[in-house]
Design a protein around this ligand. Sequence first.
Ligand code: KIV
Ligand code: ZN
Length: 514
Amino acid sequence: MSASNKLIIFDTTLRDGEQSPGASMTKDEKIRIARQLERLKVDVIEAGFAAASQGDFESIHAIAGIIKDATVCSLSRANDRDISRAAEALAPAARKRIHTFIATSPLHMEKKLRMTPDQVFEQATQAVRFARNFTDDVEFSPEDGSRSDVDFLCRVIESVIKEGATTINFADTVGYGVPELYGQMLRTLRERIPNSDKAVWSVHCHNDLGMAVANSLAGVMIGGARQVECTINGLGERAGNTALEEVVMALRTRHDHFKLDVGIDISQIVATSRLVSQITGFAVQPNKSVVGANAFAHASGIHQDGVLKARDTYEIMRAEDVGWAANKIVLGKLSGRNAFKQRLEELGISLESEGEVNAAFARFKELADRKSEIFDEDIMALVSDEAQSHENEFYQFVSLSQHSETGEKPSAKVVFSIEGKEASCTGEGNGPVDAIVNAIESKTASGAELLLFSVNAITTGTQSQGEVTMRLSKAGRIVNGVGADLDIVVASAKAYLSALNKLHSKVEKLNPQL
Ligand code: KIV
Ligand code: ZN
């Protein structure tokens, strides 16, 4: 790959993606996603925003110590404290990048920062100078860049490149851009800034008008960007960010047009999408490009007939190339620990200790007793469940009995532990899920509001495990809990307790946009 034909894929699922309401992740969850991103072969992993919280700092530090191939990056506002914190968190990384930003649009400078353009210019320049003390790899983002004044942007960017910024990330922070204008604005900046060739130009687009991918590609084709910032499943603030899988498959499928190469191992795309969806509780819509359940399904007779005669009549990509393997039975009741461990490795799941493998294997055996065929998706859900029950020890599900009968009010008895002490509670409700929530609330009195309840079948058929997501809100915080089980009422109880655990963990975070 020649340098100018190579497009850098910068993944920000763990930072901008995590800014989706309810998508906050624990350190262990972030590490699992970072490992999978490395298998996907992204070039840069933005692991978090070190100064935002102690939890973010520790996650970045841990990821920096584990990831070998990709560059690990931390976001930081344009001040010494944030930058030092980012540098400290990144210290163990084989390759590290500090990504510093400050808003440059008149609206943001005046109303949000309450700073003059000259002050912003100074702060941006000093921040990059300071960041260069810790690493040669410094990225600068003019936040709300697409709504900024071009003359002012030229002044700021020329100065930060002089100070040693190696990547300039042109941010469409509020998803206001349209492809031609966004691409053209980037091109103008590159043409007008005398030292623009000393930095790699990057695009960072939000999807408020549904154009994040189109804007990113216009930034590449019209503007000459050679880095795309994106997230798995397009996760991100509000309507999300540019979806990695869409950009990558557009570049591959229409290589005739784009003539650019990426280093991504596309066979890992579906596994990565599933992992992120399972961990965050953000289900992927069925008609989502590339990773949606219907992305390769043909329902109309004419299409089916065409595909059977010649696949490329209606298919522009091959499902198996991006990692779709239709419900392969992989293990069963008689499978041993070694077969289970090997399948975990093949799925790219690395459990840290033998103790964790044993616990996951015990759960697998329990499941195999109740379900004759175990699929890859079951194993992934099982490991997710296992990870949750280890980390968040405050509430742990133990057992459940539930009664529903036509004409009677459903009732439930839930047993769970609170800091290791078993508690039993009963409740009634309008339906079985309402009954278990009322039962749990009778003990925990969290007072949280249930914003979303969704059930997904993990595989096909009535034997499938159900995966339940419950989104709770309390005092301005929104969290998602996920639970999986063959019995969807049990899955609901697990999901509710998992969400309560997240509320209980009281992670305080700074919003990077403030
Ligand atoms: O959207 C945005 O402007 C950002 C920056 C911090 C790069 O996420
Ligand atoms: Zn963003």
